[in-house]
Design a protein around this ligand. Structure first.
Ligand code: ADP
Ligand code: MG
Length: 491
């Protein structure tokens, strides 16, 4: 897929911007602070309804303004979709798809698939587990947009269950027994939704493993063995790559000491980069509250914002504005379809059946895990078992990358995770738009050229660099100059 239009109103440093884009490579070149990353961030926002730089939306709105609007036109094969997102800090964002308001903003997540490479990616290797959970969860949504609803459901249940635990804890401390019957109902919900998310993450990690290894070799130019392993807080959950070294064993810590199992935990450091909840529930929850019903707050015929290029550049009405896999658009049941637009999706009936049996097993494992830690949970008012406490362990040459890998190795591993994501999405027939924000400056000439060759195959690649010469020759293409919020085509 690719973008043909991006237009911004009061987004970051841009009062107003209209950009026409083409497939192939486009580089945005300009000195620091001129607004290059702001562009990339806006496109990333369309894909994930979140920013890769900040956890809440307020900084995305231009100083002194009440709201920002990002509009984009996405083309996939012979279909096109117009997505308009109105970002209103402190309120639910409003989304219009082909000019029709969507009930829930999150229904647009994953419609645009992107893979974003950015300096912040180093945190995938060196940062907290929340970074890696977010990596997995965003990739799940990019592959299968209905996963946004699965994640939002899980986050919602997690919040409610944890609130109940806090109430029960307070009651217990006050000497009464508290109402624990309701808790059992929430255990069940948590287990069901958690199992669905967990099953999806486990399957994803299996698919990523070989691809990360080959992408590492391709970008680093050396065949150092890399591996991924999913470490779950759920006792007895199947673990892809269970033989990979894990920080806990490598450092001699026990499960409880890693900040991931039943040990001390509620430090800010293990919270998601997205929404800070006491549990570290996944970062997608910002979109979970949805938007008010259109007739409650935004009458249907009140435009959220003018359409992209409402004049000469208006989308050609002859193009069928079919929206692959965005159920809310047509009022369809979100459990139907996986957003691959009839391309067959990521698996057939047999695979779904297998997933269902795995899910049932995982749900039981979560329930058993919760039973084990019940009194601790009540004492602390925190849900201690579930995918919001899990981690993706990355290893290099048999050692955990976090804590052992050099700066250069960490970079190569982060790039390998992104390249593997690109490959997976391609294999799903969800060719993503590649966004490379200022990454070439971080790399030596050889890795720069190798990365350039690897990403040049994508349908659309948008690159930023402070210095034009940093963009490798492999990525020659259209060029824009970015200066003081003006974006001008120069080649
Ligand atoms: N909410 C905002 N309102 C106004 N200006 C902003 C806002 N957020 C960031 N900026 C400005 O945007 C510029 C940074 O843009 P950025 O895209 O990160 O630059 P770069 O070209 O280095 O990638 C800075 O000058 C910053 O002050
Ligand atoms: Mg930048």
């Amino acid at each position: 897929m690719h973008l043909t239009h991006l237009s911004l109103t009061d987004f970051r440093s841009y009062p107003r911007l209209d950009l026409l884009l083409e497939p192939g490579v486009t580089a945005f070149v300009g000195a620091n602070g001129q607004g290059k990353t702001n562009l990339i961030e806006a496109i990333g926002f369309v894909a994930t309804l979140g920013s890769h730089r900040v956890a809440n939306d307020a900084p995305l709105v231009r100083e002194g303004c009440a709201e920002a609007v990002v509009r984009s036109r996405i083309v996939r094969g012979d279909r096109a979709a117009l997505v308009e997102i109105q970002i209103m800090p402190g309120k639910a964002n409003r989304v219009r798809l082909n000019r029709a308001p969507l009930q829930r903003a999150r229904d647009v997540a994953g419609l645009l698939a992107t893979v974003l490479f950015a300096p912040e990616d180093l945190a995938l290797v060196k940062g907290d587990p929340a970074e890696r959970r977010r990596f997995l969860d965003e990739l799940l949504v990019a592959r299968s947009p209905r996963m946004a609803a699965v994640q939002a459901d899980y986050d919602r249940v997690l919040k409610q269950r944890s609130a109940l635990l806090r109430t029960a804890g307070a009651a217990r401390r006050a000497g009464s027994r508290g109402d624990l019957r309701t808790l059992e109902v929430w255990d069940r919900h948590l287990a069901d939704h958690g199992a669905e998310l967990l099953a999806a993450r486990l399957a994803l990690v299996e698919e990523l493993r070989p691809r990360v290894c080959s992408a590492y070799a391709a970008v680093a130019g050396e065949d150092s063995p890399t591996d991924l392993a999913y470490r779950s807080s759920v006792p007895d959950a199947p673990r892809p790559g269970a033989d990979a070294p894990d920080e806990a064993t490598a450092t001699g810590l026990t499960r409880g000491d890693t900040g991931n199992g039943t040990g001390h935990h509620d430090t800010a450091s293990d919270r998601p980069a997205g929404n800070d909840t006491a549990d570290g529930s996944s970062a997608t929850s910002s979109a979970s509250s949805g938007i008010p019903a259109p007739d409650a707050a935004a009458p249907r015929d009140t435009p959220v914002a003018p359409a992209v290029g409402a004049g000469a550049d208006a989308p050609n009405d002859a193009t069928p504005e079919v929206v692959p896999g965005v159920p809310g658009a047509a009022g369809a049941d979100r459990t139907g379809g996986d957003g691959t637009g009839g391309a067959g999706g990521v698996g057939g009936a047999a695979r779904r059946a297998a997933a269902a049996s795995t899910r049932a097993g995982l749900a039981e494992a979560i329930l058993a895990g919760l039973a084990e830690v019940r009194s601790q949970e009540i004492e602390r008012g925190v849900t201690l078992v579930g995918p919001h406490r899990d981690d993706l362990l990355l290893s290099l040459k048999g050692r955990p990358a976090r804590g052992y890998a050099s700066h250069g190795e960490s970079w190569s591993l982060a790039l390998a995770l992104r390249l593997a994501s690109f490959e997976l999405l391609r294999a799903d027939d969800r060719e993503p738009v590649l966004l490379l924000d200022d990454v070439f400056a971080e790399l030596d000439a050889r890795r720069r050229a190798r990365l350039g060759t690897l990403v040049a195959q994508a349908e659309q690649v948008l690159v930023t660099a402070a210095v034009g010469a940093d963009v490798p020759a492999e990525l020659a293409g259209t060029r824009f100059e970015v200066a003081a919020g003006e974006v001008r085509r120069v080649g």
